[in-house]
Design a protein around this ligand. Structure first.
Ligand SMILES: Nc1ncnc2c1ncn2[C@@H]1O[C@H](COP(=O)(O)OP(=O)(O)O)[C@@H](O)[C@H]1O
Ligand SMILES: N[C@@H](CCC(=O)OP(=O)(O)O)C(=O)O
Length: 375
């Protein structure tokens, strides 16, 4: 696909999520000790936000840097504090708790210099799994945008346990881009874009095994590196937003992209189709239990676009209630998708035991997503 065509399409975006990672925003002193956040980087970000807003584009920021800022604050204020080279989760959580307040106040100060107000939104992966919490996040952000306030999102590190963590803000910002129906996710990076054999790849329209192979982890203070940026691109291709991985050290990378300069790596297609909102949420939803289905039902779901009828269910795993999201598993134990059940496990189990399958659609087509859509 022609990069120029795709780049032109990007400029039609109505809502953009813009993410800056620890690798770019954290600074170190000459002795390589943590030394706060890079003020000039935040000033640049502010000017990029202003540029997009002047074009009528809504902007949501995702900023890392709480842990790095926490380290720097403690180094400067606590005698005898020594930053650990590889801190565990609870130490990182404590550092984030110290640093997040400073981070947001620094943004507030710098953005106010040009008449912009900021807000802090702290979220966890769990918030996206709960439909009410996710809808409320959306409503709050919508209202902030209506007010003209810039939302600044970070992970709520205090409450994120190991299994509930995004862990890095590339994936958090991708989830935000999907669920907030943004057209474009900009990931600022410390390198020139996605590189293969040191050469920048200007455009990706699909994520192949070679691409995944070439995308490695971070080399600086960040936690995701390029691998998570490519995963963000994969989610974008599936759900309908485009991704631009841009060199964050350039003078004005977003403005360059929007004015047609050939920089960074763009991931997307020229005509992305937004996944419908309910299916989108199913991608992130927490599942409770599973329905194990027979080969005929697998075939009907995969190839005929059917709903799941009671007759196709062989057994159940775990207890769940009507309206819960369950895993859909084939006879070999492989998960083939997930969906919202119209009956609880007790009712379905009773029908299996009585050999009288439920006569209705236990999971309606509109309420399920199969693995080709999940990826
Ligand atoms: N194929 C690749 N292309 C570009 N960078 C790569 C690749 N594989 C690994 N990397 C590493 O990914 C990192 C880019 O992420 P960076 O912007 O530093 O991180 P973060 O967003 O986590 O702060 C760089 O450290 C770079 O060395
Ligand atoms: N929530 C953490 C950010 C985690 C992180 O480092 O993410 P990233 O910079 O995307 O690799 C913080 O603010 O320090």
């Amino acid at each position: 696909m022609d990069r120029k065509e795709l780049q032109k399409a990007l400029t039609e975006s109505k809502r953009v999520v813009l993410k800056i990672g620890s690798g770019l925003i954290a600074t170190a002193n000459e002795a390589n000790e943590p030394n706060g956040l890079d003020r000039s980087m935040i000033e640049k970000l502010r000017d990029e936000v202003l540029f997009l807003r002047e074009r009528g584009i809504e902007v949501i920021l995702v900023s890392s840097g709480a842990v790095a800022m926490g380290r720097s604050v403690l180094r400067k204020t606590l005698a005898g504090y020594h930053p650990q080279s590889n801190p565990g989760l609870s130490r990182k959580q404590a550092l984030a708790a110290v640093g997040q307040a400073r981070l947001i106040s620094l943004y507030g100060e710098i953005f106010a210099e040009k008449g912009l107000a900021v807000s802090q939104i702290l979220i966890t992966a769990r918030d996206f799994r709960d439909r009410n919490a996710y809808l409320n996040i959306g409503h709050t952000i919508q209202e902030l945008l209506r007010l003209g306030v810039v939302p600044i999102i970070n992970e709520n590190d205090t409450v994120s346990t190991e299994e509930l963590r995004f862990g890095d803000n590339d994936l958090l910002s991708a989830a935000c881009a999907a669920l907030l129906r943004s057209d474009l996710l900009v990931l600022l990076t410390s390198v020139n874009g996605f590189l293969i054999n040191e050469q920048r790849v200007p455009v990706l329209t699909s994520i192949t095994a070679d691409v995944l192979e070439a995308a490695g982890g971070p080399s600086g203070p960040g936690s995701g590196g390029m691998r998570t940026k490519i995963r963000a691109g994969q989610l974008g291709l599936r759900t309908g937003f485009r991704v631009a991985i841009l060199p964050g050290r350039d003078r004005a990378p977003v403005q360059s992209l929007f004015t047609g300069e050939d920089i960074g790596t763009i991931i997307g297609s020229t005509e992305p189709s937004h996944m419908n909102a309910r299916k989108m949420w199913l991608l992130f939803a927490r599942t409770r239990g599973a329905v194990i289905i027979d080969d005929g039902a697998v075939n009907a779901l995969r190839h005929r676009g059917s709903s799941l009828l009671g007759a196709g269910i062989k057994e159940l795993r775990g207890a769940f209630a009507q309206s819960d999201v369950v895993e859909i598993v084939d006879a070999a134990g492989q998960s083939i998708g997930r969906g919202i059940v119209r009956a609880g496990s007790r009712e379905i189990q009773a029908s299996i035991d009585a050999k009288k399958p439920l006569s209705y659609e236990v999971i309606h087509r509109n309420d399920l997503i199969i693995e080709t859509e999940i990826g």
